[in-house]
Design a protein around this ligand. Structure first.
Ligand code: TYM
Length: 351
């Protein structure tokens, strides 16, 4: 069975972009067709300025929203990254396989570090090495597929390169993963600046629809979206980024096709109204389930506890195999313990 791994970083409130680009696909497709793991990657949340209490809150909120989006723990595994040590263990190995040039080429690092420096801030070293941790997240579970939005494709490609390089140098250990993305919605843009991605860590609130925005707030944001000069409704990212973004959001929410939808509108106003309705209707069930889950925090805790135990059991032998393959001496067995997994052949442990 195909193994799927993906994650979301709790650095801000989750957005419509996270939902349409990733989460919706996880719940609607991946968990039914694959052996799937979904992770709240809190260690990644330490790569930028953060407030510890807020990070904890956002981690819990993200877990609750993943469940509210329809992830079913009978079908998939939901857990928090820092609850499973194997991510950090394997991340170091990935740093020893990657080159610094490779890391510096990552578009997200270049953009985010430039922004930090512009504001006079310092850049955490972990922002540079973050893709090594992300590769570890994926490779520790022998994931075949990684469903992500367009902005994460480059990081998944790096994980592929690292898996291939490791296997070539040290013997076959890792499954080589590939990124998958939804047909529409893989790059939802900021409603106030449709040339920039709708990102949860940006502070331009009016251009970002958050999953927990009240219906009238979400509606207002869509109705006030920046559109383009001209009046024709055409799907063209280059010349009509604003209208194209609305068409893609509408298509992603309703299951339509943006080009076909474009032909059925003769004014921006009608397109905005229908898009606002579609967004509100998409968020409604998710918000209702989120509300119900918040009343039962013990349930979310139990999901995360079981998820971490399942994830640990899957990742442990794979990371042990990578340690053995790269030349680290297996830890001596504790007295009375069974055979140490680290001594088994990597081939047997990759799956
Ligand atoms: P993050 O938290 O930024 O985003 C989570 C997922 O949402 C997608 N996404 C979008 N899709 C469409 N339009 C948008 N505006 C938009 N914004 C975000 C992202 O592409 C992503 O799929 N590095 C990752 C988290 C991560 C991860 C992993 C993902 C860490 N380890 C291993 C997959 C596998 C990140 O920052 O995603």
């Amino acid at each position: 069975m195909t193994r799927v791994f993906s994650g979301v970083k709790p650095t801000g409130h989750l957005t419509l972009g996270n939902y349409l680009g990733a989460m919706r696909q996880w719940a609607a497709v991946d968990q039914h067709q694959a052996d799937a793991l979904f992770c709240i990657v809190d260690l990644h949340g330490l790569t930028v300025e953060h407030d510890p209490a807020r990070l904890r809150r956002l981690t819990r909120q993200a877990a609750t929203l993943l469940l509210a989006s329809g992830l079913d723990t009978e079908l998939c595994t939901v857990f928090v990254q820092s609850h499973v040590d194997e991510h950090a263990r394997l991340s170091w190995v990935m740093e020893c396989v990657a080159t610094d040039g490779e890391m510096r080429r990552m578009i997200q690092y270049r953009e985010k570090s430039a922004r930090e420096r512009e504001h006079g801030g310092s850049v955490r070293l972990s922002l540079l090495t973050y893709p090594a941790l992300m590769a570890a997240d994926i490779l520790a579970y022998a994931a075949d597929e990684v469903p992500v939005g367009e902005d994460q494709t480059q990081h998944v490609e790096l994980a592929r390169d690292l898996a291939v390089r490791f296997n070539h140098r040290y013997g076959h250990t890792f499954v080589v993963p590939r990124a998958t993305r939804p047909a529409v919605g893989s790059r939802v843009m900021n409603l106030q600046d449709p040339t920039a991605k709708m990102g949860k860590s940006d502070d331009t609130g009016p251009g970002i629809v958050y999953l927990l925005d009240e219906p009238d707030v979400a509606r207002r944001k869509v109705m006030r979206a920046v559109t383009d000069s001209g009046t024709e409704v055409v799907h063209d990212r280059e010349t009509r980024p604003g209208v194209t973004n609305l068409l893609e959001i509408l298509a992603a929410c309703t299951g339509g096709d943006p080009e076909t939808l474009a032909a059925s509108y003769s004014s921006y106003g009608a397109l905005k109204r229908d898009t606002a309705d579609a967004v509100v209707e998409t968020l409604r069930p998710l918000q209702e389930r989120h509300h119900a889950l918040c009343a039962d925090p013990g349930y979310v805790d139990s999901v995360l506890r079981d998820g971490a135990a399942r994830a640990r059991a899957m990742a442990r032998p794979i990371v042990d195999a990578a340690y053995a393959a790269i030349g680290l001496l297996p830890a001596p067995e504790a007295e009375g313990a069974g055979q140490a997994v680290g001594t088994a052949a990597p081939m047997d442990l990759a799956r």
